[in-house]
Design a protein around this ligand. Structure first.
Ligand SMILES: *Cc1c(COP(=O)(O)O)cnc(C)c1O
Length: 459
């Protein structure tokens, strides 16, 4: 193979038509959607970078597996295959299938959470935090300092601050720590990696205090890529061996298969503790389904078993991480302020720095998201004051910490020319920054306003 060029390590057997809309059509579509990209129809979108979750393209092998799926209620062949794959990967004794990651979170954190407990993480994913808080417990994020600085290079910017961890354990008492949860890669900042050294240090601290250590392993394969290429001592190991080593440092894990499982739906909880596994399994059977399928069909389990193998393919991971870095590098080259370095699955743009003339009250992230759509039909996600801002009692905005826009990259879905199209769009937006205006909210629901809020342009 040509050494300098990374190509998509697949060819395309089935295609899905993209409807190429005109500028005028998109202006109408966006107005009709009240300038909220969540309210668009997917057919009105050309390149959909809203999320990398559940949006993967499955392989011919996986589609073949779908046909072979065994739909038996108990002890299905597909379940046994998925179970043995996950046991081999995680080293855990008890595997509980669920319909997606948050169902596994609900099973676990409702058992080990509750009033008075604290959970400590590099960063809790939003459904993780919601499940912990729903149980009555408190979730505390302690990423390393570099994570707070957009432009600061750190090879493992997803790490957890172990000094703060020890201080928090002392403060709250080890008996009150429900679990330490390491999210790999750390979703925040676009999938910043966590080093094996960090995972090992956390494991040692947890063991010393008798605290449970859980891996939120949605992007464990992408994380393994960074370890092999950035951490001393891992160059000769395979990606799968690296993941296996990390899993074995923890007492259990949660995984949404909609990410590195390369499927559209699915997840699991894996545990070593028999008592806890039995408790969780009881609730699994009440809420999800029988223990050998949880919330999944046989065909789903077949596809997960295959996806968890394919995701560790070296050519796939090389393409995956390099194509994210390609987008990040090209955006940076044309002067777009992004979180640096690029993570594994997404690029985050600092919209406040891109549109310094738009005040946070007029949502610079929403403005950039709308411009991307109007210019080129690209759908992304605002992660700023629309999503996380709150209003005080006088209706004045308490803004989010940062005004970000996320370009999440679905797995095996878009080719390099699609990504070049995104880069070219930014080249034009960069020239036209001054003419862009902000937005104001005309309607918002009391909770999770970003999904259904309505906007109008500020002229
Ligand atoms: C997606 C995700 C989850 C939740 O999984 P779902 O399948 O969406 O329910 C949990 N943690 C992380 C880090 C995630 O990215």
């Amino acid at each position: 193979m040509h050494q300098k060029i990374t190509i998509e390590p697949f060819r395309i057997k089935v295609v899905e038509q993209i409807r190429l809309s005109s500028d005028d059509e998109r202006r109408d579509f966006l107005e009709k959607a009240h300038y909220n990209l969540f309210l668009l129809h997917s057919d009105e979108v050309i390149i959909d970078l809203l999320t990398d979750s559940g949006t993967s393209a499955m392989s011919a092998e996986q589609w073949g597996g779908i046909m072979r799926g065994d739909e038996s209620y108990a002890g299905a062949r597909s379940w046994l295959r998925m179970e043995s794959e996950i046991k081999d990967l995680t080293g855990c004794a008890f595997i509980l299938p669920t319909h997606q990651g948050r169902a596994a979170e609900h099973l676990l954190y409702n058992r080990i959470g509750g009033q008075g407990k604290v959970f400590i993480s590099n960063t809790h994913f939003d459904t993780t935090r919601a499940n912990i808080e729903f149980s009555g417990a408190t979730a505390i994020d302690i990423p390393i300092e570099a994570a707070h600085h957009r432009d600061e290079y750190d090879p493992f910017k997803g790490n957890l601050d172990t000094k703060k961890l020890e201080a928090l354990i002392k403060q709250h008492g080890p008996e009150n720590v429900g679990a330490v949860i390491l999210t790999v890669t750390n979703n925040t900042g676009g999938g910043q990696p966590v080093s094996m050294g960090n995972a090992r240090a956390i494991s040692d601290i947890c063991k010393a205090h008798g605290i449970r250590f859980i891996l939120d392993a949605c992007r464990i394969a992408e994380n393994a890529y960074f370890i092999k290429h950035r951490e001393k001592g891992y160059q000769a190991k395979s990606y799968r061996e690296i993941a296996q080593e990390m899993f074995r440092l923890a007492d259990g894990c949660i995984m949404s298969a909609k990410k590195d499982g390369l499927v559209n739906m699915g997840g699991f909880l894996a545990l070593n503790d028999l008592d806890l596994a039995v408790q969780c399994r009881t609730v699994l059977i009440i809420t999800e389904g029988y223990a050998t399928y949880g919330g999944l069909s046989g065909r789903d389990m077949e596809a997960i078993a295959i996806g968890l193998k394919e995701v560790f393919d070296p050519d796939y991971l090389e393409y995956r991480i390099k194509s994210t870095a390609y987008l990040g590098q090209h955006l940076r080259d044309i002067g777009v302020p992004i979180i640096w370095p690029p993570g594994g699955h997404a690029i985050y743009i600092d919209a406040k720095a891109f549109y310094p003339h738009i005040p946070v009250e007029e949502f610079p992230g929403q403005a950039l998201a709308c411009e991307l759509y109007l210019k080129a039909g690209i759908r992304c996600c605002e992660i700023g004051s629309v999503m996380f801002g709150k209003n005080d009692e006088n209706g004045k905005l308490i803004p989010a910490a940062m005004e970000l826009v996320r370009l999440a990259i679905p797995r095996r879905v878009y080719t390099q020319s699609h990504i070049d199209y995104v880069v070219e769009t930014f080249r034009e937006l960069e020239q036209e920054r001054d003419r862009v205006h902000g937005y104001r909210i005309t309607y918002e629901p009391p909770f999770l306003r970003h999904f259904t809020a309505r906007f109008e342009p500020v002229s």
